[in-house]
Each structure stands twice: as structure tokens, then as C-alpha cells.
Ligand binder design. Structure first.
Ligand code: HEC
Ligand code: HEC
Ligand code: HEC
Ligand code: HEC
Ligand code: HEC
Length: 239
């Protein structure tokens, strides 16, 4: 008996503090507490993966309804060489050809399926799986047209307000302020909108699939605002 008591005393001495704290927690309806903790961990992990920033080594976790390549449309690099030795290059379309409201509104906008169909009624191999989905959505092969439900790659939290228009206006008029190599080489006092998107989106024209490459966290927004005499009041960016 005496040896048992001394054993318990001894064990109590060596029990780590965190375990002593956890024992009553686990004792009192522990499963509920553990479930809540697990839910919090899951939420944090999901939040992290839900808006993946490749800088941190996370890959995009979703696929778009149509595998849309910016390389073929906005890029100018060689896409492939056909059987009869014809080279197919990227079209080099201007970003604003598709993202039409980026210079005038809050949202950049993504084209309606009809705009895609304008070309893809005729252009592109018939065997292409993504184009088959597109032609179906456009009502060319399917019964009735239906919009493409693109998933958002960049998304600010609900309490944040972001507007493209003033940014494009400022950056195109002040190409030197952003250290944009394309703009600096041009050595111009103003550049076209397509040259300033990379400030926040990276080189989208060379992306097979769009990824978020800038963190676009509050620090980055506020630093640029401070450097360029833009407003830094909380209410400018927060509802
Ligand atoms: C032929 C039309 C077309 C052109 C040209 C085009 N885009 Fe896009 N863009 C799209 C479509 C469709 C999507 C939605 C699918 C996706 O995310 O890949 C998109 C998505 C994006 C996104 C991600 C939006 C989000 O959900 O966060 C960015 C950023 C973007 N484009 C930037 C650009 C830039 C910069 C250029 C010019 C270098 C450009 N785009 C040229 C059609 C186009
Ligand atoms: C100005 C004409 C034009 C417009 C508008 C256009 N595309 Fe394309 N698209 C092309 C060309 C050219 C190619 C390269 C075709 C090829 O690889 O043979 C292409 C390639 C593609 C491919 C790759 C096909 C494959 O299997 O390799 C997809 C997917 C695609 N476009 C989807 C879209 C979507 C979605 C839109 C609307 C947001 C769109 N395109 C708007 C001209 C256009
Ligand atoms: C100052 C940084 C910045 C610049 C410059 C910028 N964007 Fe964006 N863009 C963002 C942010 C932030 C979001 C997410 C907005 C949100 O969730 O409300 C976004 C979202 C988008 C989207 C998806 C949602 C939408 O607005 O339709 C597209 C497409 C897009 N940008 C295209 C462009 C194009 C094209 C350019 C160049 C003409 C450009 N952006 C320049 C920061 C920028
Ligand atoms: C590259 C620099 C730069 C970055 C990055 C940037 N901004 Fe700005 N922003 C500006 C400048 C400059 C203005 C003022 C433009 C003007 O009206 O002259 C501005 C204006 C604004 C405005 C005011 C629009 C209005 O109503 O007048 C909002 C809101 C805003 N930015 C939000 C954001 C958010 C949110 C982010 C981060 C996701 C961000 N900005 C990132 C440079 C930047
Ligand atoms: C130039 C735009 C801008 C300004 C000015 C700004 N914020 Fe933010 N803020 C953001 C953006 C973008 C986010 C979301 C991204 C992130 O989590 O950093 C954010 C997130 C936050 C969050 C949530 C952080 C989190 O972890 O979810 C708080 C709280 C916040 N801001 C408070 C403030 C306060 C207080 C001010 C004024 C002193 C302020 N912000 C000014 C852009 C801005």
C-alpha cells in the first residue's frame, strides 16, 4: 500500500503540466472538446488550402469546369508544330479583350460563353475534350446554352473591398512606380492596361492554368498605398 502511494506521488511529479491540464478537459465530456478542437484545426487547414498561395508550396485544390489555357489565348509562345510542319503560336489577345470591365469597374469580368463560341464554333480540334464541353455549354452541340461556372482563383474575404478601376488608372499612368520591367523597358509615360496586371497577378499569359502568385494580404495592399500616397484609412478597404 505504501509503495502504491509513493508510486502515485512519483507519477504525479513526472506528469507534464500540459497533460495535467488536459486530463480534466478530457474527463469532462472530453469528446465534445476534442471534436471542437478538431473542427478548428480542420477549418484552419481548409482556409489555408482553400485559397492556396503557391509561394507557400500549396497547389490549387480545384479544377475548372473547362481547362482554359491562357497560354493559347493571351500568350505568344509556340504552342505546337502540326503534322505538316505548321507552327501554331499563342494568339496574343489583349487581357481586356476578355476581361472587359477591368478598366471601368470593380470586377474585371470573365467573358460569357457566347464570346468563346464566337471563335470555337469553328476554331480548335473537334477531338478536344475541353472544347467539347465548351461547345455543349454554348448550345452548339448541346440542347440549350448554359453558363460556365468558373471557380474563383483570387478572392478577397467578404469584409474587404477591392476595385480594379482606380488601380489600372493609376498604374497605367505611372508605369515607373511599380517596377514593372515591361513598362520600364518601354520607357513610356503611360502603358496599356494589359501591362500592369502582372503587378498583382504575375505573368498570366504564360500560365496553362491561372494560379495566385502574389499573397495579396493586407500588408501588400497597405504598403503600396503608403508608397504611392493612396488612402490607408481602414474604411477605404473595409466595409
Ligand atoms: C480569351 C479570353 C481571355 C483572355 C485573352 C485573357 N483571359 Fe484571363 N481568364 C479568362 C477566363 C475564361 C478565365 C476563367 C478561367 C480561369 O480561371 O482560368 C480567366 C481568368 C483569369 C484570372 C483569374 C480570375 C480569378 O478567378 O481570380 C486572371 C487573374 C486573369 N484571367 C488575368 C488575365 C490577364 C492578365 C490576361 C492578359 C495577359 C488575361 N487574363 C487574358 C479568359 C481570358
Ligand atoms: C479570338 C478567338 C478565340 C476566342 C474568343 C477564344 N478562343 Fe479558345 N482558342 C483559340 C485558339 C486559336 C486556340 C488554339 C487552338 C488549337 O490549339 O488548335 C484556342 C484554344 C482553346 C482551348 C484548348 C483546346 C485544346 O484542347 O487544346 C480551350 C479549352 C479554349 N480555347 C477555350 C476557350 C474559352 C473557354 C473561351 C472563352 C472564355 C475561348 N477559348 C475564347 C481561339 C479563341
Ligand atoms: C492592385 C492589384 C491588382 C491589379 C493591378 C489587377 N488585379 Fe485583378 N484582382 C486583384 C484582386 C485583389 C482580385 C480579387 C478581388 C476580389 O476578390 O474582390 C482580383 C481579381 C481579378 C479577377 C477575377 C474576379 C473579377 O474581378 O472578375 C480577374 C479576371 C482579374 N482580377 C483580372 C485582372 C486583369 C486582366 C488585370 C489587368 C488589366 C488585373 N486583374 C489587375 C488585384 C489586382
Ligand atoms: C501596386 C500598388 C497597389 C496595390 C498592390 C494595391 N493598391 Fe489599392 N490603390 C493603389 C493606388 C495608387 C490607389 C489610388 C488610385 C487613385 O485613385 O489615384 C488605390 C486605391 C484603392 C482603393 C480606393 C478606391 C476608391 O474608392 O477610390 C481601394 C478600395 C483599394 N485601393 C484597395 C486595395 C486592396 C484591397 C488591395 C490589396 C488586395 C490594394 N488596393 C492593393 C495602389 C495599390
Ligand atoms: C489598402 C487596403 C487595406 C487597408 C487600408 C486596411 N486593410 Fe485590413 N485588410 C485588407 C485585406 C486585403 C485583408 C484580407 C487579407 C488578409 O488577411 O491580410 C485585410 C484583413 C484585415 C483584418 C482581418 C485579418 C485576418 O486575419 O483575417 C483585420 C482585422 C483588418 N484588416 C483590420 C484593418 C484595420 C484596423 C485597418 C485600419 C488601420 C485596415 N485593416 C486597413 C486590406 C486593407
Amino acid at each position: 500500500m505504501a509503495s502504491l502511494i509513493s508510486f502515485i506521488k512519483e507519477r504525479n511529479k513526472t506528469t507534464p503540466t500540459w497533460l495535467k491540464v488536459m486530463i480534466p478537459v478530457l474527463g469532462l465530456g472530453g469528446i465534445g472538446v476534442v471534436a471542437v478542437l478538431a473542427a478548428i484545426v480542420a477549418f484552419v487547414v481548409y482556409g489555408w488550402l482553400g485559397q492556396p498561395v503557391p509561394v507557400l508550396g500549396f497547389e490549387q485544390t480545384f479544377v475548372q469546369p473547362i481547362d482554359f489555357p491562357h497560354t493559347s489565348h493571351a500568350g505568344t509562345d509556340l504552342l505546337r508544330v502540326s503534322a505538316d510542319n505548321e507552327q501554331l503560336m499563342g494568339l496574343g489577345l489583349d487581357c481586356t479583350f476578355c476581361h472587359r470591365t477591368v478598366t471601368t469597374q470593380a470586377n474585371a469580368g470573365v467573358p460569357a460563353v457566347a464570346q468563346c463560341a464566337f471563335c470555337h464554333q469553328a476554331i480548335g480540334p473537334e477531338t478536344s475534350a475541353p472544347l467539347a464541353i465548351l461547345r455543349d455549354n454554348a448550345g452548339i452541340t448541346g440542347d440549350s446554352p448554359s453558363p460556365i461556372n468558373w471557380k474563383r482563383v483570387h478572392r478577397m474575404p467578404d469584409h474587404v473591398r477591392f476595385v480594379h478601376e482606380p488601380h489600372i488608372r493609376f498604374l497605367t499612368a505611372n508605369p515607373g512606380s511599380i517596377g514593372n520591367p515591361a513598362a520600364e523597358v518601354a520607357g513610356q509615360t503611360s502603358v496599356k492596361p494589359a501591362l500592369v496586371c502582372s503587378t498583382c497577378h504575375g505573368d498570366v499569359a504564360s500560365m496553362q492554368q491561372v494560379e495566385q502568385v502574389e499573397p495579396l494580404k493586407m500588408g501588400q495592399c497597405v504598403n503600396c498605398h503608403r508608397d504611392n500616397n493612396a488612402p490607408t484609412d481602414c474604411a477605404v478597404c473595409h466595409h
